[in-house]
Design a protein around this ligand. Structure first.
Ligand code: ADP
Ligand code: MG
Length: 934
């Protein structure tokens, strides 16, 4: 037996701690959180394998600690194992930085509050400092990890496929989501290859944090709970799906949104998860056993009651009184969903919890105990469970101050969660975006399954419209991702608003702008009937498709044999010489066409001919010279072509004589060449995917009838989301089909609302400003101020000007009454504090609008500075909207647009349009639908 070399030992143990990009990110952000950071930026390059940078604004590393910060088993967090009983930090083993150093190149830049400037340290594989230099960064620590797994080729190889890398990135995002929820006040940004792919802003509490990462639609279906036990001390809080919630909103096919925390540490607790899933599937009254409810559960127990040191990544913990914790969780579940039927514990194996739990298996006794308890489950006097309405803020155990004071009347908007990686989103194929699809294929769902018939089509099961358990495996996800990729033309990951509004956001593989929707108007003969024939069982022939394609081909074959402007000499294509008239025509055609825009091409040529005839000799000569030169070029090229052929050693070639005129056979060849080019252009290299969308005329009819019956007043909106482009929705009214950018619309609505009634927060001035005629620009303005509404008169004779036009614009003005009217005066007591250099000139703007512009409403007299501030706020708030809006959200936005914006549809704050007109719906269809619905 031999002892392993120290270097090998280090490598082996390190690669157990750091197993992937996500474990590096986890260790680094936990270090940042332990250093009290409130802002963490994570930047990855090449999925983290080239570079991982985690920057925080925490306490920094003290100069004295720097030499050992990355040396294994050095930590500033505990001194001995007893400290583990009081552990409040994420880290305690002093292993992470050292481990990262042994498998990559590490730079650490840090500055504490006491340091004058930051210093960047380069570290070697043992975690010792090799060099240092001053740096410009502010307080906090930045750890840069380069060339991860540089010395572990097999590990690196493991991540060599894009799929694995994408999965890794998704895991990083899920991890950050967990920390984002448990640390509401933490701001996080995740950047990959310089593009921000996910971010979370600072919010006041867990509810807001959940909203920002899960979205308002999901959080609307959740109920907050809190449960406290005294002996043993267990505190549970969080959010669970409401009993009556829609399972498609509150569950996923994987546990990525099932958040369990023990003492703020994201952990995997299979047994708790299993319990919650049991109750959830019971209440959903369907086979949800493979679904994972979305929930957030924070378990707080004394530090001494947990052992975190179980796995290298600390995601598994041992709870000392796990049975009590399970019981507490069960109590919450029972109060919310009712007790499990007696048979269920036995059946619980159905829930596919596969791996071993860290908990010891639950004893039979516990189950019995649970079943013996009253239905409320709260028999213990020391136990308190409460469910609160989501609108209340009290449920938040760590209720913080509302940081959004300026906008406290705003409804909450979730964070802009930038992710192209959400499995759930990926699972929902673009072809079947939402209920509008479900509705059309109701019939098919009940009846036969439709499969596609085109040979290269992607088979789509209509049932896939719902989150489909069968698509759970990574394999199928990948397939769908690929499918999406192939369906959606490759475009840069972020489509700029500009491109979108110009209609150039989507390109086909040839680079031409793509018209997302084309309405095909049925031809008169034959096709109409075919088109209207619903499900005649003869789908495999695809009558309309085959008809179209033969038509197209005909167009091209017509061209076959046409004389072109080229000759084919010795397999070389040579442009034919142009005549003098030809040159003249070429030069004058644009201008003649411009002068006669409605004239046909034949008449244009006649007009040009006329012009040519009237041309004077000298000018004609000019063109003849050009023609002569072109003839020279033609002859030269022919000579060259023939000469080249002459070099060829084939006898056959020698036999052939140069021909100045292309023979008909050459013309054929030439046509073939051109034809092939057109074909090539027509057929992109990637075969066009054909997706068969199940469509049933009768369910469409049924739907229309239902619609008619329901209410004829309220117009129903047809909305279809494009999963890959969250800011593009297809929107149809009776008359037209449009693209809608709900974010721009929401931004405009927010802006309008802010301009109408947002009150700027006011700060008291140290010294009031006494207003005079000259200060406000004239006596008429002072008079207007005196005339304004006042609220009350205090005992000292002063009254407050409560006119909303002043108050909303952040002016707190009081009138101090003197003995006579002449002795009264006005003074500004408080001013808006959110705008720099805000003051008298802005008051003047308001007064001018009031006096000269007769402004009665707040929005009519907003000073310019306020307008741009509020516009900025609207943009900021709109950016925090969740990336994936629900259909209801968008419907609601459109509804508010109609109510609030009326005809003034000027686009977003930047003037960009909300809608992009695609096409008008032909009259014929409108009549059809009328007939159907009657
Ligand atoms: P542990 O977190 O278990 O203590 P690490 O190897 O992760 O071990 O970190 C070693 C030490 O380096 C920490 O104890 C801490 O003092 C310091 N440190 C690491 N990262 C940071 C950071 N982002 N901010 C401040 N100190 C840090
Ligand atoms: Mg650590």
């Amino acid at each position: 037996m031999k002892q392993l070399p120290a270097e090998t030992v280090r490598l082996l143990s390190s690669s157990q701690v750091i197993t992937s990009v996500v474990s590096v990110v986890k260790e680094l952000i936990e270090n940042s959180l332990d250093a009290d950071a409130t802002n963490i930026d994570i930047k990855l390059e090449n999925y983290g394998f080239n570079r991982i940078e985690v920057r925080d604004n925490g306490n920094g590393i003290k100069a004295a600690d720097v030499p050992v910060m990355a040396v294994k088993h050095y930590t500033s967090k505990i001194s001995s194992s007893e400290d583990l009983d009081r552990l409040t930090t994420y880290g305690f083993r002093g292993e992470a930085l050292g481990s990262v150093c042994s498998i990559s190149e590490v730079l650490i830049t840090t500055k504490t509050a006491a340091d004058e400037f930051s210093t960047q340290y380069a570290l070697d594989s043992t975690g010792h400092i090799t060099s240092k230099k001053p740096s410009h960064l502010g307080q906090g620590t930045t750890v840069t990890v380069l060339k991860l797994f540089k010395n572990l080729p097999v590990r690196k190889q493991f991540y060599s496929t894009t799929r694995k890398c994408k999965e890794e990135l998704k895991k990083v995002q899920d991890l950050l989501t967990a920390y984002g929820i448990i640390k509401p006040e933490l701001r996080i940004t995740l950047t990959h290859n310089k593009a921000v792919i996910w971010q979370k802003t600072r919010v006041s509490d867990h509810k807001m944090a959940c909203m920002s990462v899960l979205g308002t639609a999901i959080m609307g279906s959740m109920v907050p709970f809190q449960h406290c036990c005294e002996d043993p001390e267990i505190n549970l809080s969080g959010f669970l799906p409401k009993a009556e919630s829609d399972s498609s909103l509150t569950s996923l096919s994987s546990s990525e949104r099932s958040f369990i925390f023990v003492n703020n540490r994201p952990v995997q607790q299979k047994e708790i998860l299993k319990l919650i899933r049991q109750y959830y599937s019971l209440v959903m009254r369907k086979d949800c056993t493979r679904l994972y409810p979305v929930f957030f559960l924070n378990i707080t127990v004394p530090a001494s009651a947990v052992d975190v040191n179980v796995t290298p990544d600390k995601t598994q913990v041992l709870l000392h009184y796990k049975e009590s914790v399970l019981l507490a969780v069960e109590n919450v579940l029972k109060s919310l969903y009712g007790p499990l039927p007696a048979a269920v514990p036995g059946e619980s194996n159905k829930t596919d919890v596969t791996s071993e739990d860290m908990f010891a298996p639950r004893t039979e006794q516990t189950d019995v105990m649970v079943n013996e308890m009253g239905p409320s489950g709260n028999d213990d006097p020391c136990v308190h469970t409460s469910f609160l309405s989501l609108s209340s803020d009290v449920q938040n155990c760590q209720a913080g101050k509302n940081t959004e004071i300026c906008l406290n009347h705003q409804t909450f908007r979730g964070d802009n969660v930038h992710s192209g990686l959400d499995k759930r989103e990926v699972l929902k194929s673009d072809a079947f975006p939402d209920s509008s699809f479900n509705l059309l294929c109701e019939e098919e769902q009940n009846g036969q399954n439709l499969t596609d018939t085109a040979s290269n089509g992607v088979p789509v099961d209509p049932k896939a419209a719902k989150v489909d358990e069968r698509l759970l495996s990574c394999d199928s996800i990948d397939k769908i991702v690929k499918h999406e990729e192939s369906l959606v033309p490759k475009s840069p990951p972020g489509i700029s608003a500009d491109h979108w509004s110009r209609g150039s956001a989507f390109k086909n593989p040839l680079g031409d702008n793509l018209e997302p929707v084309k309405i095909l108007i049925p031809e008169v003969e034959g096709t109409v009937n075919e088109f209207q024939n619903e499900h005649n069982g003869d789908e495999s022939n695809h009558p309309q498709i085959s008809l179209q394609s033969t038509k197209k081909r005909n167009v091209i074959s017509d061209k076959f044999g046409h004389v072109t402007g080229y000759d084919l000499i010795s397999s070389r294509i040579i442009k034919k010489p142009k005549s003098a008239v030809g040159f003249f025509t070429e030069e004058h055609r644009p201008e003649v066409m411009a002068d006669n825009p409605k004239t046909s091409m034949d008449d244009i040529l006649l007009l040009i001919e006329e012009k040519w005839k009237n041309l004077n000799e000298e000018e004609k000569k000019n063109y003849e010279m050009k023609a002569a030169k072109d003839m020279e070029r033609y002859n030269r090229e022919i000579k060259k072509a023939v000469g080249q052929r002459g070099h060829r050693p084939t006898k056959e070639a020698e036999k052939q004589k140069p021909r100045l005129k292309a023979s008909p056979s050459d013309q054929q060849k030439l046509d073939k060449i051109f034809h092939a080019q057109i074909e090539k252009k027509r057929k992109p290299e990637e075969p066009t995917k054909v997706v068969t969308v199940p469509f049933s005329m009768s369910s469409c009819r049924q739907h229309l009838q239902r619609r008619q019956r329901n209410d004829s007043d309220e117009e129903e909106l047809f909305l279809i989301r494009c999963q890959s482009f969250p800011d593009v929705w297809i929107f149809a009214t009776d008359k037209k089909l449009m693209l809608l950018n709900p974010y721009r619309l929401e931004e405009a609505l927010l802006c309008k609302r802010l301009l109408t009634n947002h009150k700027l927060p006011v700060e008291k001035l140290d010294k009031p400003i006494v207003l005079t005629d000259s200060l406000v620009g004239g006596a008429q303005y002072m008079a207007a101020l005196y005339k304004m509404q006042k609220d009350y008169q205090s005992f000292n004779g002063s009254s407050h000007l409560s006119d909303p036009r002043l108050v909303a614009n952040g002016f707190q003005i009081i009138m101090i009454e003197g003995a006579s009217a002449a002795e009264s005066h006005l003074e500004i007591k408080g001013l808006a504090n959110c705008l720099p250099y805000y003051g008298i000139s802005d008051l003047k703007e308001i007064l001018k609008a009031v006096v000269n512009g007769n402004a009665k409403e707040v929005y009519e007299c907003r000073p310019l500075k306020v307008i741009s501030y509020l516009e900025g706020e609207a943009v900021r708030l709109a950016r925090q909207l969740p990336l994936h809006l629900s259909k209801e959200d968008v419907q609601n936005t459109i509804y508010r647009m109609k109510q609030q914006l009326g005809k003034e549809n000027k686009g977003c704050v930047h003037g960009r349009p909300f809608f992009h007109h695609l096409t008008d719906i032909p009259e014929a269809y409108k009549h059809n639908s009328m007939e159907i619905s009657q």
